[in-house]
Design a protein around this ligand. Structure first.
Ligand SMILES: Nc1ncnc2c1ncn2[C@@H]1O[C@H](COP(=O)(O)OP(=O)(O)OP(=O)(O)O)[C@@H](O)[C@H]1O
Ligand SMILES: [Mg+2]
Length: 259
C-alpha cells in the first residue's frame, strides 16, 4: 500500500462513529488534502469542552462556523459569543465562488449555499435583541461576584435579597437595588436590625460605590425588564434547523465588569 493509501485507511478507520456526526473537513498529508479522508466529530461528544487553536489565518473562525452550521442543520440550537464581530455572516447564504467549489471537491463534501436562522443579541445599544435580566433573577451570588464584593459585603447583598423576598418586593433594576440598600441603613434601620442583624453603613457605602461603577459600564441597560427567557435560546425553525444565537460583544470588551 502507498503511504497515501495507508494514511487514508488510518483516517477513515479512525473516524468511524456509531451515531450521527459532523464532518469538519478532510485530513491533509504533506500539504495535500486527501479527498474523502473525512474527519468527523460524533454528535454525542459535542457536550464536552473543546479548544480550537491555531496561528492567525489558519481557519479557527471558519471551523467554528462549520460547527455552528452543522449543529443548526441537525436541529440543535447554538449560542455564540461574538467578540470580534466576525460570526454574524452565517445569516446570509454564500454567493458561491469557483475557489470554494474547487476546495469542496478536493475535500469530498458537497458545497450547498444556505443561510441559517440567526438571532443577533446584544447587551448594549447595538442593533439586535436586547438581552436583559432583572436583578432578582440575576440573584445575590452572581451579583456579588460581578461587583467583586468581600464576604461581608456579599452577606449584606444576600440580606437585601432576603428582605425583598420576605416583603414581596421585586428588584427589577439597579435603581431598585440601590434604594433598598440605602433604606437598610436609613429609614429601615430598626426593621433590618431586628429581623436580620445590624448592617453597617460602611458596607452599604462600599456596595453602593461598586454598583455605580457597574452602572458606568452600561449595566443599567442590562438590568431590568423585559428579561430574557432561556427557552428563547433553544428555538428551532420551521425547517427543523436550530437557531444560531449570536451575542454581539464587540463593544463590551472595554467594560470588564459588564463583560
Ligand atoms: N478549511 C479551509 N479550507 C480553505 N480555506 C479555508 C479553510 N478554513 C478557513 N479558510 C479560509 O482561510 C481564511 C482565514 O480563516 P479564518 O478567518 O477562519 O482564520 P482564523 O484562524 O479565525 O484567523 P484569525 O486568527 O485572524 O481570526 C479565510 O479566508 C477562510 O475562508
Ligand atoms: Mg478568527
Amino acid at each position: 500500500m502507498s503511504t497515501k493509501d495507508t494514511f487514508f485507511k488510518y483516517i477513515t478507520e479512525g473516524n468511524t462513529t456509531k451515531g450521527d456526526y459532523i464532518p469538519i473537513g478532510a485530513a491533509m498529508l504533506e500539504g495535500e488534502t486527501i479527498t474523502n479522508a473525512h474527519v468527523k466529530i460524533p454528535l454525542k461528544t459535542l457536550n464536552r469542552h473543546g479548544l480550537i487553536a491555531g496561528a492567525t489565518g489558519t481557519g479557527k473562525t471558519k471551523s467554528l462556523q462549520v460547527l455552528a452550521e452543522n449543529l443548526s442543520d441537525k436541529g440543535i440550537p447554538v449560542l455564540l459569543m461574538d467578540i470580534k464581530g466576525d460570526l454574524s455572516g452565517l445569516a446570509q447564504p454564500s454567493p458561491g465562488h469557483p475557489k470554494i467549489t474547487e476546495r469542496h471537491e478536493k475535500i469530498g463534501l458537497p458545497f450547498e449555499t444556505k443561510g441559517f436562522p440567526v438571532e443577533i443579541l446584544t447587551l448594549s445599544e447595538q442593533d439586535g435583541v436586547r438581552l436583559r435580566a432583572t436583578v432578582s433573577e440575576f440573584g445575590p451570588v452572581l451579583l456579588s461576584r460581578i461587583l467583586d464584593l468581600s464576604e461581608t459585603q456579599s452577606g449584606v447583598v444576600a440580606v437585601i435579597f432576603q428582605y425583598c423576598d420576605d416583603n414581596k418586593l421585586p428588584l427589577l433594576d439597579l435603581k431598585d437595588f440601590k434604594k433598598i440598600l440605602q433604606y437598610a441603613t436609613n429609614e429601615g434601620k430598626n426593621e433590618f436590625d431586628d429581623a436580620y442583624g445590624r448592617i453597617s453603613t460602611s458596607s452599604t457605602g462600599a456596595i453602593l460605590r461598586k454598583v455605580i461603577e457597574l452602572e458606568q459600564q452600561g449595566a443599567d441597560l442590562f438590568f431590568g425588564e423585559t428579561s430574557f427567557d432561556v427557552q428563547d435560546l433553544l428555538r428551532i425553525n420551521d425547517e427543523g434547523r436550530g437557531y444560531i444565537n449570536i451575542i454581539r460583544l464587540t463593544d463590551i470588551q472595554d467594560r470588564p465588569k459588564l463583560f
